[in-house]
Design a protein around this ligand. Structure first.
Ligand SMILES: [Zn+2]
Length: 335
């Protein structure tokens, strides 16, 4: 509900050192492996000031070379010691709305917060945050349009408490959706060779007409384009094996029936799909949605994205000697 796979990042500034999540590492694994990279705060800020992106600075931690997160610049320019950035499904369900800022004004009353219009992660997003901080250094909460949320504080526990408070205020119940038609999914799977995920909520993307309409109109946020597809393939329940094979995506929505995965069991895809379904089922039918623009989607799918995706997948739980993900991890199991 807060992060999916390697998304989100946390940091703490201690004695001139910025400890920031390593690119591709999973916050869920923080108890089992090193996920934070220590870099000089002054040097990181200097890079931002000279318009050099500080993402990817490396350090050797626990015998492995880790590189700083793509969002390092944003963490560096925030004056607070502790920064929690998450892709909360509740926050995203507001952050993709054209009327999101107005909707959140009463909900976040009494908290010092700011709406940041969509900008790609890196220097662009960091400079918007920097301007906001220059205007009001007391801002504790940033809502990043089409992206997520940033919570700032001076100590970890009080910052986490603020995150919980904001989550409570932004909580939305999911729209009820009928169960997927498992028998028909099995038949389509047999005919096409595509696999049926076990997680009922991802099938809501096919079963629920509002979800299908939202998906067919565009991309809501970057991780959807990076880890799933730059547009949502929607096919009819009568899709042939050859038409399914020709789909340029690793997943597809079957109208009125559910969702299928091309073949391989991939935890990153499963978790991203789960997150997408959680967001879409929190969007009311008549909510005005501000999709990413086509050029913004294109910019995300640069050459680097494939290396990034490989790094995230390489860090998934099954590569660890042990892990703390709950059993029944959403979307990973196939039927
Ligand atoms: Zn992010």
């Amino acid at each position: 509900m807060l992060v999916q796979a390697a998304t989100g990042n946390t940091s703490i500034k201690l004695d001139g050192v910025l400890w920031i999540k390593a690119s591709g590492k999973w916050l869920a694994h923080a108890g089992q492996e090193e996920i934070l990279v220590p870099v000089s705060l002054a040097e990181t800020v200097r890079r931002v000031e000279t318009r050099t992106d500080p993402a990817g600075q490396t350090a050797i931690v626990g015998g492995q070379t880790l590189g700083t997160s793509v969002e390092t610049a944003m963490h560096a320019v925030i004056p607070h010691r502790v920064v929690l950035h998450v892709h909360s499904v509740n926050a995203i369900a507001w952050a993709v709305r054209a009327d999101g800022e107005a909707q959140l004004t009463p909900r976040l009353a009494g908290i010092s917060w700011k709406w940041i219009p969509y900008l790609p992660s890196g220097l662009a997003l960091a400079s918007a945050i920097r301007e906001a901080v220059a205007e009001n250094p007391g801002i504790r909460v940033f809502i990043l349009a089409n992206h997520g949320i940033v919570i700032c504080g001076d100590a970890p526990l009080e910052t986490e408490a603020l995150l919980r408070e904001v989550e409570t205020r932004l909580a939305i119940a999911t729209r009820p959706v009928a169960d997927p038609n498992w028998d028909e999914l099995a038949l389509i799977s047999e005919r096409t060779g595509w696999k049926v995920p076990n997680n009922p909520i991802v099938h809501a993307l096919g079963v629920d007409p509002i979800a299908r309409r939202i998906l067919s109109n565009g991309i809501l946020y970057p991780c959807q384009a990076i880890f799933l597809a730059s547009s949502t393939p929607i096919v009819s329940r009568f899709v042939s094996a050859s038409d399914a094979a020709a789909v340029d995506s690793s997943w597809l929505v079957v109208e009125e029936v559910g969702t299928l995965l091309r073949a391989r069991q991939n935890p990153v895809e499963g978790l991203t799909l789960n997150g997408l379904a959680q967001v879409v089922l929190r969007l009311p039918e008549l909510a005005p949605i501000a999709y990413l623009k086509q050029n913004e989607v294109n910019d995300l799918l640069c050459a680097d994205v494939y290396r990034y995706r490989a790094r995230v997948e390489g860090n998934s739980a099954d590569k660890l000697p042990f892990h703390n993900l709950p059993s029944g991890e959403p979307g990973v199991e196939l039927r």
